[in-house]
Each structure stands twice: as C-alpha cells, then as structure tokens.
Design a protein. Structure first.
Length: 251
C-alpha cells in the first residue's frame, strides 16, 4: 500500500514540475465558486488551479515518458510482429505486463522519492520547493543513467541553453526527450535481435514451400507453429524479461 501511495505522489509531483513554476510557488485549496473576482489574487489562484488540474490530466503520459515503460512496450510489440501473431498476446495483456514490469523497476525509485521528499513535506519538515527537488532527484538519476550523452547533447543544443555543468543542472524539458529517444534506440536494438531467429524460420519455410511447388499456401501458416515451438523451447519469456530488466541501470 505504501508503494502505491509513493507512485501516486511521485506522478503528481512530476506533473506539477512539468507544468511550470507558477504551480510550484503555492498549492491553493480547491473550491468551486461562481461570481465576480474581488481582487487580482483571486484570478491568480484560479489560474493556478487550472494549471494544476491540467498537470494532473497529463500525469499518465509523464509517467510513461519518465519510466521504463517505453522499452517494455516497444519490445513486446516487436516480439508479437516477429512471431507473426498479430492478435496474440492481446494489446491489453502486453500493456498490463509492461506496467507490472515498470512498477517492478520503478518501485525503489518511488520509495526514495516518498521517503526523501513526500514524507518530509507532509510532516512539514521541508518547504515545497525543496520537496519538489527531492522528489524529482531519484527519477532524474534514473533517466540520466539510461540516457546517452549524445542524445542529451542534442536537446541541449536544440534548446539553445548553456552546457550544464553537472547532472543536477540539466533541466527536465531537456532530459526527458533525450531519455525517450535513448529508450527507443535500445528497444529497437533488442527488437532487431529478436527478429533474427524468427526471420530465419520464415526463410526456411518459404524456401521449402517454393521447392515443393506449394505456391498458394501462405508460409505464415506453417512457420507460426515452429516460431511458437522455438520460443517455448528456449524459454523465451524468461530470457527476454530477464535480459530487459538487467539492462536498466538502477543505482
């Protein structure tokens, strides 16, 4: 239960960070009133509420872009295409498996954010600004560990900012896209290795069918059982998930 609250708190905090400094300055209490504004402070509070609600709506997308979900989802999608089974496993199952593995990878990071940032802030031991920094620090370290320096340099150059002096100086709007394209690169590399044995089976089956003159029989109907058999014999799910989990650099 503690891990669940830690992940929820981490998602909310990251959403607020991405939304901008306007929200980080103060978190207003939320109430619904309709009427004329009596002062500029009322208008400012209303804008902060709008920004906060907007940030919460994009929290799932932010979690996807800042966690290991990208690598799992892309690789599992390529695996299904390589086997030629377009509907098995179904999308819902692949997404659920990716989420479970993401939870497994990110739980220690979420616990650090909760212990170092959320809990002290709830206990009124640190300020809001310090809490946001401590909550984001473990996630920042995780993303930096997976991001290539080349990808990070690309977005530093495109953003036009000065070269950061250290990891803590890299802004999130530069770090996150660098992390995403690094994850996509690694996922495509893993997918290439997955395709090779299945492609070999397709080529062998197609050659045999052509030599037998069976031109009207779709090769996929013959190769699919052999692909499934190969994947089961080598314990494919075990090897794939083990290698993918170990590929993440988690301190």
């Amino acid at each position: 239960m503690k891990q669940k609250y830690a992940l929820v708190a981490l998602a909310a905090a990251l959403s607020v960070l991405i939304a901008g400094d306007a929200i980080a300055q103060s978190i207003p209490k939320i109430s619904l009133q309709i009427g004329e504004s009596e002062s500029g402070q009322d208008l400012s509070t209303s804008l902060k509420i709008v920004l906060l609600m907007t940030a919460l709506t994009v929290a799932p997308s932010i979690l996807i872009m800042t966690t290991s979900f990208i690598r799992f989802a892309v690789v599992f999608s390529f695996l299904r295409q390589a086997m030629g089974a377009n509907q098995v496993p179904p999308n819902q199952l692949l997404v659920a498996l990716s989420l479970i593995l993401t939870l497994f990878i990110m739980t220690p990071i979420a616990n650090r954010s909760y212990i170092e940032g959320v809990k002290p802030y709830v206990d009124e031991e640190i300020s809001k600004e310090e809490a946001f920094k401590k909550i984001a620090a473990p996630v920042r370290e995780f993303m930096l560990a997976q991001t290539r320096e080349k990808d990070l340099s690309l977005f530093v150059e495109l953003s036009g900012i000065e070269a950061p002096e250290g990891p803590d100086d890299v802004p999130l709007h530069v770090l996150i896209p660098g992390f995403v394209i690094s994850e996509l690169r690694i996922a495509f590399q893993i997918a290439f290795l997955i395709f090779i044995p299945f492609l070999a089976i397709d080529m062998v089956v197609a050659s045999v069918l052509m030599s037998m003159g069976m031109m009207m029989l779709p090769p996929i109907m013959i190769s699919l059982p052999f692909k499934v058999l190969l994947f089961v014999l080598v314990d494919g799910w075990y090897l794939l998930i083990k290698s993918m989990v170990e590929s993440f650099h988690v301190g």
